[in-house]
Design a protein around this ligand. Sequence first.
Ligand SMILES: [Ca+2]
Ligand SMILES: [Ca+2]
Ligand SMILES: [Ca+2]
Ligand SMILES: [Ca+2]
Length: 305
Amino acid sequence: MMRKIIILLINLGLFLSPALALSITIDGDLSDWGIDSADLDNGLNHDSEIAWIPDSPTADWIVENDLDEAYEKTWEEETSGWNFKEHGVHIMGEGATYIDYDEPLLIDTRCGTMWWCSNPGGVPQPSGGERYDVEALYLDDDERYIYFGILLTDNLGALGDLAITVNGVNYGIVIIAHDGLANGSVYKNPVWLTSTWAEKSDGSDIITRIDHNNPGTIVGTADIAIEDAGVSDNGKDNKIIEIKVEKTILGSPSTGDKSDIGYTLTCGNDYIGREMTYDYNTIPEFSTIAIPAIMLFVIYMFRRK
Ligand SMILES: [Ca+2]
Ligand SMILES: [Ca+2]
Ligand SMILES: [Ca+2]
Ligand SMILES: [Ca+2]
């Protein structure tokens, strides 16, 4: 009898333990994604494409460092003029497979297509120069968590919030505390602030931060670390933002479900985003496992009598 109870408890314990967990530590370092500081230097300053490839075959990612080679110049804040800027790697992939990515233009909404507009055809990203460059976004999941890694120029005063749409439901994660919203807070159905000067090339809004007056419903807290990347490019130091959030907070997406992920600074001078695919089913809540297990145990004890 006692032996059978122990076997039952061991089986329950095995069932509860995550079979597939990524070994990612939220410490503001992307070495555990397979991208160390030497890779970052090669990727940012020597235009290496392979330097950006993460270890995990299920990681979805996008890199858009500096100016896309399709464009000759972008608006530089420091000179208040249209200047040539370094061209950089523009690719997106899953695991080690990747394709070229064309970074779209921004539309300057202050002037539309008027002749005096800063650029009637659109403004290449990052508008304002390297100071606003958001360079890479990495996404991955295991059975319990979703993980995010973002590389960008050190611009802590202007960090936006992370937008995630899971199966049609929108969530926002507060990246750095602002306007009474605590960092790490996850809100469901928030109203978003938008760029005051630009929109996307398809005319849609560039969303920046959760509107603290209409943040939606708080549904949980994410782990966030923001640290120096240890590398600079075009004379500006870079930061890494690393985030981990429980899938149950985001509606428990299943294998094959998709999410739109987007990130930008408060100005919207450079947005980064892509669709990610979930590769693992979410581990159910404890109660959904424990209750059937307890019922089985009760039935077992009843039949012994
Ligand atoms: Ca890490
Ligand atoms: Ca850059
Ligand atoms: Ca940079
Ligand atoms: Ca961009």
